[in-house]
Design a protein around this ligand. Structure first.
Ligand SMILES: [Zn+2]
Length: 248
């Protein structure tokens, strides 16, 4: 079959289990807990959004990013929120600049043991959870409000739109043919949004309003768990959450 370069590239992403969302932008639904990892490739920098539930998942992401970028390394990591399935692989990306919502820098070291026990409770192997918790990386760069990152030839926006699903929700906006919004667990498609002990339900609808204001009606919204959705889906989820938690 004759194939142009664009198709060939898309096929390579798919072979590795990635969904290609735009030029140099994609996401993978990680096995086990179906957490999303997002990837944005710039001329000078490579950004990974979330790092998986274990060091093994992080290592697999590391290897796949090298394949998709012709041997480049992840230079920037952004963490969507402090739950085990999104942050425990970070230590693999030595030398990367790590970003998180303000407060993540103190929360992660403090709640290391809680993350470990939560991971084990959710089915992570005990030793794998202990290893990952021991080398857990806290963000050095904390985002309150918005932070523009220049990856070389493309700028992305980190936006602290929470709290909501957790006390520290950080979204990633990527300009592309259609704007791409990585939502973290503020949006879930594969099931009802999970509200754990650190959720702030009363403020969750507001967080989704901010997300929608940033992304707009035409953006592609990438949930923390599940298939890519549109603004209509996010708006509906916002109303369902407001009803569920009796928020105006
Ligand atoms: Zn979560």
């Amino acid at each position: 079959m004759d194939m142009n370069g664009e198709d060939a590239r898309t096929e390579r992403w798919e072979e590795l289990g990635w969904e290609r969302l735009g030029e140099g932008v994609g996401r993978r639904r990680l096995p086990g807990w179906d957490a999303t990892a997002g990837l944005v490739i710039g001329r000078d920098a490579v950004l990974l959004y979330d790092t998986g539930a274990t060091l093994a998942q992080g290592a697999e992401l590391h290897a796949q990013v090298a394949e998709l970028t012709g041997g480049r390394r992840v230079t920037h990591v952004a963490l969507s929120h402090p739950h085990f399935d999104h942050v425990l692989g970070t230590a693999v990306f030595a030398g990367a600049e790590v970003f998180g919502a303000v407060g993540m820098d103190t929360l992660l070291p403090r709640d290391r043991e809680e993350l470990r026990t939560d991971a084990v409770r959710q089915g992570v192997d005990e030793r794998a959870a202990a290893e990952a918790a021991e080398v857990l990386v806290a963000p050095r760069h904390t985002v309150s409000g918005e932070w523009t990152l220049d990856l070389g030839g493309r700028q992305v926006l980190l936006a602290n739109v929470g709290p909501g699903h957790s006390g520290h929700d950080l979204a990633l906006l990527v300009p592309a043919e259609r704007e791409i919004v990585f939502c973290g667990d503020l949006v879930e498609e594969s099931g009802e949004p999970q509200a754990g002990p650190d959720a702030i339900p009363a403020r969750w609808p507001d967080a989704l309003d901010r997300l929608l204001a940033l992304g707009g009606d035409d953006a592609v919204y990438v949930p923390g768990h599940g298939a890519v959705v549109d603004a209509t889906f996010v708006r509906r989820q916002r109303h369902e959450l407001a009803r569920r938690f009796s928020v105006a």
